[in-house]
Design a protein around this ligand. Structure first.
Ligand code: 5GP
Length: 124
């Protein structure tokens, strides 16, 4: 079920638990601002989720309220993950779902990073 991105942050969402190490994930990157791990149900040969360490519900919440330093740290982390995984030269796609129409299911901001294959045009 898609979430309501206007609700307050839920400390018990699944990505909060992954951040706290309460449930396992296959991490590929971490720094001061973000962690990245493989999606449990990959939609491409490479499908990684990059999430900020901060408690932000969605891209809307983050872009409106996060401090500039945290926004910069997160955006740089997304770029670093893609570079570290060798995705720049072949290319890749970023996606952030927001709310009902976006189909956002986890109420902690996450950017999907897809690659490893030609991805076609935009929305299937
Ligand atoms: P959304 O629809 O919210 O943009 O995407 C949520 C993503 O999180 C989905 O692609 C789903 O497969 C992934 N996901 C949900 N639960 C878990 C989990 O426990 N571990 C991992 N690694 N990915 C998860």
């Amino acid at each position: 079920m898609p979430i309501d991105p206007t609700l307050p942050y839920d400390e018990n969402n699944i990505f909060a638990k992954i951040l706290r190490g309460e449930i396992p994930s296959n991490r590929v990157y971490e720094d001061e601002w973000a962690i990245a791990f493989h999606d449990i149900n990959p939609q491409a040969q490479i499908h990684v989720l990059v999430i900020p360490r901060g408690a932000w519900v969605s891209w809307d919440d983050f872009s409106a309220r996060a401090p500039a330093e945290e926004i910069a740290g997160f955006v740089r982390a997304v770029g670093t993950v893609a570079r570290d995984m060798g995705l720049v030269e072949p290319g890749y796609r970023l996606l952030a779902n927001v709310g009902q129409h976006g189909g956002q299911e986890v109420p902690h901001l996450h950017v999907h990073l897809f690659g490893g294959q030609p991805l076609g045009r935009m929305i299937a």
